[in-house]
Design a protein around this ligand. Structure first.
Ligand SMILES: Cc1ncc(COP(=O)(O)O)c(C=O)c1O
Length: 450
């Protein structure tokens, strides 16, 4: 482990300058209290006071390989020395290798990639291509979703982060989510929403299936509550899309690259989407990178045509070199297999926490992608923080996360859901360390239970 250098004064200066000169994402600027990070390694990062934090959020669920992975850092250095930057019209070794590797690790005949700087741009390009390919306009998305912050991607997003950007881009239609714990249809058996096809078919009837270019969804919903669809759901959405000539776009910006214990979320259900969008775990954010990967049929359709899309940094050599190194490390070190094995441990350990803590209403997830849904009352399922709750309303959960942070565990929370998404390289000892701190922190949430 790298030595942790203390320099509290520098840490304070960094935070003061950040608050004065930097505009922070999704925040009331006066309320932010960022940690000045001095360094990071493996599953830990540390501040300028020398305090270490176990990263149970993988930052924004993106540092899947862990911090400072030697192979990825070496690839970055080597690429910087060989060819630090070059324009997208050139062919470069790292970009070509990454394209080929993605065709190998993604399921089915997904085979041609367009590289972006992140997830939002991958989704922007996916809907542009779907509209062009089908000659149709509408895109069906879900309410409990986040697809990025650019104009099109925030319009695709279902959660309230889209509100300030409305009316947004036209042609977006929303459907309900297979959120079995709080099913919007009341979850009859069989449930029209949670089985997928009946709800989608009804929407298509009203919208006109011939006007719909694509259904775009997070394979496993991330920030909006770690919602794992019931078995059969994704297959049934796939069938409906096929029946009506609609493209299925799976956003695996968060769920991809081993997060769910399989290479891709769709691999849990044997479904091949027409377009897969990726970012985050593709290279763990060592350099910004995203991708839209399309199936052979679409690739062949595009080849003789003029593709009206581009980015100055599409397929940036540094980003692609880290992508190649990261995928190779995943293969060499069995990182996806580790995520699956740790997923089994999480399933058991989080169920144990639920036995001890009345604030836990639901435990759900797979691999290293888990959510604890916190409630005031298990019978009524009243959430501990209301939908879109912030400030004082969010206190039961922010106070819980603060207690964890004080004890050295960094957590990501969203309204009443506490996310547990460590790097996929986590060891059993680190997992146990995190669970023990979580156990202690949840006693804060329990104090708010009726
Ligand atoms: C599922 C999903 N899609 C898209 C995005 C947007 O990615 P980016 O922030 O890289 O644009 C995110 C980011 O959190 C995400 O979780």
């Amino acid at each position: 482990m790298a030595t942790v250098q203390q320099n509290s004064e520098l840490g304070r200066q960094i935070v003061d300058d950040a608050k004065r000169y930097v505009l922070y994402s999704w925040s009331v600027q006066d309320a932010i209290a960022p940690i000045a990070v001095a360094g990071a390694e493996g599953r830990y990062f540390w501040d300028y006071d020398g305090k270490r934090y176990l990263d149970f959020a993988s930052q924004l669920v993106n540092v899947s390989i862990g911090h400072g992975h030697p192979k990825v850092v070496a690839a970055l250095k080597e690429q910087a020395e060989t060819l630090a930057t070059i324009g997208p019209p050139m062919a470069t070794e790292s970009r070509s290798r990454l394209g080929k590797l993605l065709a190998e690790v993604t399921p089915g005949d997904l085979s041609m990639s367009f590289f972006t700087n992140g997830g939002a741009e991958a989704n922007e390009n996916a809907i542009k291509l779907a509209r062009w390919y089908t000659g149709r306009n509408k895109v069906i998305v879900r309410y409990r979703s986040y697809h990025g912050a650019t104009a099109g991607a925030i319009s695709l997003t279902g959660d309230p982060r889209r509100w300030p950007a409305e009316p947004g881009v036209p042609g977006i239609v929303r459907m309900f989510d297979p959120y079995t714990y709080r099913c919007p249809a009341g979850h009859p058996d069989p449930c029209p929403v949670c089985t997928g096809a009946p709800h989608l078919e009804e929407i298509l009837q009203y919208e006109g299936a011939h006007t719909v270019a694509a259904v775009l969804l997070e394979t496993v919903t991330g920030t909006n509550g770690i919602i794992v669809p019931p078995d059969g759901y994704l297959q049934s959405i796939r069938e409906v899309c096929d029946r009506h000539g609609i493209l299925l776009i799976c956003d695996e910006v968060m769920a991809g690259f081993g997060r769910t214990g399989k290479w891709f979320g769709v691999d849990n259900w044997g479904v091949v989407p027409d377009i897969l969008t990726l970012a985050k775990g593709i290279n763990s954010g060592y350099v910004p990178l995203g991708a839209m990967v399309v199936r052979e049929e679409i690739a062949n359709w595009v080849r003789p045509r003029y593709f009206a899309g581009g980015l100055t940094y599409s397929g940036h050599p540094l980003a692609c070199a880290t992508g190649v190194a990261s995928i190779e490390a995943f293969q060499e070190e069995g990182i996806v297999e580790n995520a699956a094995a740790m997923g089994d441990v999480f399933r058991t350990e989080l169920a144990r926490l639920a036995e001890r803590h009345p604030s836990i209403g639901d435990v759900r997830g797979l691999g290293c992608f888990w959510g604890l849904e916190l409630v005031k009352n298990r019978e009524t399922r009243e959430p501990l923080v209301p939908f879109n709750g912030a400030g004082e309303d969010a206190k039961p959960v922010t106070a819980t996360a603060k207690r964890a942070l004080d004890r050295g565990l960094y957590l990501m929370t969203h309204w009443n859901v506490c996310m547990i998404c460590p790097p996929l390289t986590i060891t059993r000892e680190e997992l146990d360390e995190g669970i023990a701190i979580l156990d202690d922190a949840l006693s804060v949430a329990d104090e708010f239970v009726d």
